[in-house]
Design a protein around this ligand. Structure first.
Ligand code: K7E
Ligand code: CUA
Length: 647
């Protein structure tokens, strides 16, 4: 086998004309000519950057980094007064998180392109990004959770976005010895309802599961709609040296949750309201501002109170990925310490439940007989399987971290059809719509942890990257490498035409309900209120109004409320002030944003536009005169010598 492939590859390398022809057709497949658009959007998680990057496929061009869980000076996210509340939590203002799994909203099991959801792992949160503006518009904190990793996956009609805890913790949280973990720590699985009209999120209930680690999850679909599946590891309930102590059991579990049954139980008054503090942050496109509300309780469901709602499917070797095929029949558990993939059958699971094929129970939850639910095994498929996606044509693709490859296999016969190396140590992979009833099986994107020799060196830190493969033929074909931001984990892809047509171009000035909006230059003003000063400023090509401000004093707290009066597509302006302990503002047409400046030194200090907006951008500037504290210099604000409010 090795000899054959060696001969083949040396033959291919020897024929330079073939190599040339092949590489040019590969280049054509990813070439998007200047001025043309990509076929797909790819939303790639930023991992420890906390953000979400938007790329075009097949070109691999980066369009935007959407700030989600981390402050972003470029866009003033978390720096301006309008977005600071987005990063509020029960622990206070948290400027960073670790984002792993974007998932696009669905209707009838198909991508609908309204929202992308993504999880923050570290300080458990779920965010929603609105795909008309490509902005984060809602973040909800997840209480009683830690290492929010088996998140944020949506059900077939986006009834719920689901979040599962990776680390179990004491419930209720309390001061207790760590070695009393077993039986006392619990794992919360959280179901967040999504309002079908406006997308508003709300925690409907939390299922308080045994103290395992809940690693990944996916919804049932089609026949299995109404169920949700979570991989677990550390069913040993170890609390120390998990690399050894959590690898004792030959099999851990996939937890199967009948959420429809639990929803019904809850709607009939089931569950118990428990005090829990968590933040719910909402950004409004009308006020261009976010508000943060601290919620005080959450509805807890004990699984043993809802018979028939929760089962465990034994699954070998600390499974990581938990993936459901497009028909909803097969649930794939990738045991990361195994060479095999284990596939369970939903129909067999239902039958096994009816026939009571149980081999025991864990904390009152029935454990199903492995043979009664097992559909098949993909044998010796590689080393260190992590995640699986589907092409909608009966094939599945699994990543192998240790053997650095993507392996294509056939659903039902469980045979390996193809394998291609990745460079190197691949984590997730993504087929657009690959977590839905309707995958668009044209490309697979592999996201790698290690790239070593693939790029020019940049010191000890080397970029992480994605690789694009054509999967339209029997064999996968590597097309393109491109670097990513942060560390990519999962990604979500969608045909561009579903999303692009809804993309917003401007914010309508007359519709703004921002508390400090200034809708015309004539309305701009400066108002002193004790030692607080509010500057109501406008910007339009190519000046600020007012651009000369006097009467500010050392020790004041100066608010710049700045409105971009432009009503044309793609004409942002920026503003920054010398010595401001915050970022610039980058303000879209029709939008108002605010930064705070604490003048510390007497003098005349400039501000300027930071976004090259016109031929006279360099002329877009102004001055603030700062007098000593208690000075008699009155508030005065002018444009071209005239007081702007006098026009
Ligand atoms: Cu496998 Cu966080 Cu989904 Cu990364 S996880 S790879
Ligand atoms: Cu406005 Cu540059």
């Amino acid at each position: 086998m090795t000899v054959v492939s060696l001969v083949l590859s040396s033959c291919g390398n020897g024929s330079s004309s073939k190599k040339g022809a092949l590489s040019s057709s590969v280049a054509e497949k990813v070439y998007v000519a200047p001025g043309e658009h990509d076929e797909f959007y790819a939303f790639v998680s930023g991992g420890f950057s906390g953000q979400l990057a938007v790329y075009g496929l097949p070109s691999g061009r980066l369009f935007k980094v959407i700030p989600v869980f981390s402050v972003d000076a470029e866009k003033a996210y978390g720096f301006n007064e309008e977005t600071k509340p987005m990063l509020n939590t029960s622990h206070g203002f948290i400027p960073w998180d670790d984002s792993h799994h974007p998932d696009i909203s669905q209707t009838n099991g198909e991508l609908d392109g309204r929202y992308v959801f993504i999880n923050g792992n570290n300080t458990p949160r779920i965010a929603k990004i609105d795909l008309t503006t490509f902005e984060t518009t809602e973040i909800i904190e997840i209480p009683n959770s830690a290492g929010n990793h088996s998140s944020s996956f949506v059900t077939e009609n986006t009834e719920y976005v689901v979040a599962g805890t990776r680390f179990s913790i004491p419930f209720p949280q309390r001061d207790m010895p760590i070695d009393e973990y077993k039986g006392n720590f619990k794992g919360a699985l959280t179901f967040i309802s999504v309002d079908p009209k406006d997308g508003a999120m709300d925690i409907k209930f939390q299922i308080m599961m045994p103290g395992f680690n809940y690693d990944l999850s996916h919804p049932g679909r089609g026949k299995s709609h109404g169920w949700f599946f979570f991989t677990t590891y550390n069913t040993e309930e170890a609390n120390s040296l998990l690399e050894v102590n959590a690898s004792q059991n030959d099999k851990d579990f996939i937890a199967a949750i009948n959420w429809k049954k639990i929803e019904e139980y809850v709607n009939n008054g089931g569950g118990k309201k428990v005090p829990s503090r968590y933040a719910h942050n909402v950004y409004s496109d009308e006020t261009h501002s976010a508000t943060s509300t601290i919620k005080k309780e959450v509805l807890i469901v004990n699984p043993s109170d809802v018979p028939g709602a929760v089962y465990f499917l034994p699954t070998p070797k600390s499974p990581h990925g938990c993936d459901v095929d497009p028909t909803g029949e097969y649930i794939v558990g990738n045991g990361k310490l195994s060479a095999d993939l284990t596939i369970h059958s939903f129909s067999k699971m239902i039958k096994a439940i009816e026939d009571k094929k149980f081999t025991g129970e864990a904390y009152g939850i029935p454990i199903l007989d492995f043979d009664a639910v097992h559909a098949g095994t993909v044998k010796q498929s590689g080393l260190g399987p992590l995640h699986t996606e589907f092409d909608g044509k009966g094939n599945a693709y699994t990543t192998f971290f240790i053997s650095s490859e993507v392996v294509k296999w056939k659903i039902g016969t469980w045979e390996v059809i193809d394998r291609k190396p990745t460079y190197y140590s691949v984590g997730h992979l993504m087929i657009p719509g690959g977590n839905s009833r309707k995958p668009y099986g044209k490309y697979v994107l592999a996201m790698n942890k290690i790239t070593k020799d693939r790029y020019l060196p940049t010191g000890p830190e080397v970029t992480q990257s994605a690789q694009l493969y054509d999967i339209t033929g029997d064999k996968m074909e590597l097309l393109l490498d491109f670097p990513t931001i942060g560390e990519p984990h999962y990604a979500a892809g969608i045909p561009a035409d579903i999303v692009a047509k809804n993309s917003k171009k401007i914010y309508k000035l007359e519709e703004s309900k921002h508390e400090f909006v200034t809708k015309s230059e004539a309305d701009s003003k400066v108002v002193r209120d004790g030692n607080e000063v509010h500057i109501y400023m406008t910007m339009i090509r190519s000046h600020f109004a007012p651009d000369n401000i006097e009467g500010i004093q050392v020790g004041d707290k100066v608010y710049f409320h700045v409105t971009n009066l432009e009503q044309d597509y793609d004409v942002p302006h920026g503003i920054s002030m010398i010595g401001a302990q915050t970022s610039e503002l980058l303000i879209m047409p029709g939008q108002t944003e605010t930064f705070v400046w604490y003048p510390k030194q007497v003098g005349v200090w400039p501000f300027y536009c930071t976004d090259f907006c016109s031929a006279l951008h360099q002329e877009m500037q102004g001055y603030v005169r700062v007098s000593p504290k208690g000075s008699k210099v009155p508030i005065k604000f002018t444009l071209d010598g005239d007081a702007v409010d006098a026009e």
